[in-house]
Design a protein around this ligand. Structure first.
Ligand code: PLP
Length: 422
């Protein structure tokens, strides 16, 4: 029996692997299977290994911490945990000053929901259609990237509303106005602003399609929240920690949230997430109004410190910006050549191709079949890619920031070959 067959015998089919690859080892931007076949990776393990798999500095920091201590619960403190908080403080968006550590992105979103309701004494929460915030009850209630994630689990958490997220590819110049009109309408018809604790938004919508919103949309959200005392929560679980070649996607828009959710790339593969918030909000949270057993694990925290220091010392944000520009140039050239590529978009190294029916390009009909065929061919040729989007017609490209130019070019050659004859 191979690994895939053995996995089928022990795991629920609810766990759906994106590929049937069985990988023995990972390094940098490469994976190697049990037969010794090498793959180039444009997934970063779903936005986690942003500085490359098994970065030697992260491995060394984790090993050193393992020799000292691997668990503290909330029984006592240790250096790596406080240091991780201090490093996050250093890089956080302006105004985000204090943190709560947990383990997963969904947990950070749950924490942010609780902090928002607790600190405002309001109950309403607004999220955006197409968003993905996680799979626990609160986070799942905010999530509407696919009905499949929610339908069987009703009733969900009360007090959550959804508004339109702007989609510049589909709605053109009207994208912001359409989204804001719907939001204002919601605040008139369904819940008045004084009942809304928070608006949760991904500054780049991730799982929902790697959609970059127009800057004026996020700015208007910031203004609306300020006007009504609503907390603005940026879920940067996927877009944060260097993925867009800035620390946070919101840095591109020169905006700060009141609450920040971070996870995935924060510790390069060790489980760690964080809710960050303004000091006055965090200081309002009373002892034991929230808690955790494993959150802020000392090994994860040592890995987080090493991750942040590595991004700083190796100038990986600058490197990522150059890598993103290089890849985006080539992707745009491909878009001009192949009508199946309806859109190419992204920020830094958070990029996507949207596939449409090439016979009717004006109609922009999503083509999941082309996405699947392109990804299958790429995998055969040694390039690992991930899909996204409600209609499953988008391929997201999220290479590690350390990917050398020649490997990026080689990956795009493989991709272009597949797009040429999908
Ligand atoms: C924006 C965003 N928020 C939250 C989550 C949930 O994170 P986790 O799977 O670690 O719970 C994800 C996961 O993909 C995400 O992309």
């Amino acid at each position: 029996m191979n690994l895939t067959q053995r996995a089928k015998k022990v795991f629920t089919p609810a766990l759906d692997w994106e590929t049937d690859l069985a990988i023995k080892s990972t390094q940098g931007c490469h994976l190697e299977d049990y037969q010794g076949k090498k793959y180039l990776d444009f997934t970063s393990g779903v936005a986690v290994c942003t500085i490359g798999y098994n970065h030697p500095k992260v491995v060394a920091a984790a090993k050193a911490q393992l020799d000292l201590m691997l668990h503290h619960g909330t029984v006592f403190l240790t250096e790596s945990v406080v240091r991780a908080g201090e490093k996050l403080q250093e890089i956080a968006p302006k105004g985000i000053a204090k943190f709560f550590f947990s383990n997963s992105g969904a947990e950070a979103v749950e924490g942010a929901m609780k902090l928002a309701r607790f600190s405002t004494k309001r109950q309403g929460i607004i999220a955006f259609r197409g968003a993905f915030h996680g799979r626990t009850y609160g986070a799942m209630t905010l999530t509407t990237s696919k009905a499949k994630y929610r339908t069987a689990y009703m009733p969900l958490v009360p007090g959550v509303y959804h508004a339109r997220y702007p989609n510049p590819y589909r709605d053109g110049a009207a994208a912001t106005e359409l989204a804001l009109t719907e939001l204002r309408d919601l605040l008139k018809r369904e819940i008045a602003p004084e009942g809304v604790a928070a608006i949760f938004v991904e500054p780049v919508q991730g799982e929902g399609g790697y959609i970059v919103p127009p800057a004026d949309f996020l700015k208007a959200l910031r203004e609306l929240c300020d006007e009504h005392g609503i907390l603005l929560v940026f879920d940067e679980v996927q877009s944060g920690m260097g993925r867009t070649a800035k620390w946070w996607a919101c840095d591109h828009f020169k905006l700060s949230p009141d609450i920040l959710c971070a996870a995935k790339a924060i510790a390069s593969g060790f489980p760690l997430s964080a809710v960050g918030a303004r000091e006055d909000l965090m200081d309002r949270w009373e002892a034991n109004m929230h808690g955790t057993t494993f959150g802020g694990n000392p090994v994860s925290c040592a890995a987080a410190v090493a991750t942040i220091e590595t991004i700083q010392s190796e100038k990986l944000l600058e490197k990522g910006a150059r890598l993103g520009e290089r890849m985006m140039r080539r992707l745009k050239e491909m878009q001009a050549r192949y009508p199946a590529i309806g859109d190419v978009r992204g920020l830094g190294t958070m990029m996507a191709l949207e596939f449409i029916d090439p016979k009717k390009p004006q109609a922009k009909l999503p083509s999941r079949d082309i996405q699947t065929s392109v990804r299958t061919q790429c995998l055969r040729d040694g390039l690992v890619l991930l899909p996204c989007g409600t209609h499953g017609n988008i391929i997201r490209l999220l290479p590690p920031l350390i990917t050398p130019d020649e490997e990026a070019d080689r990956g795009l050659d493989i991709l272009e070959k597949a797009v040429k004859s999908p």
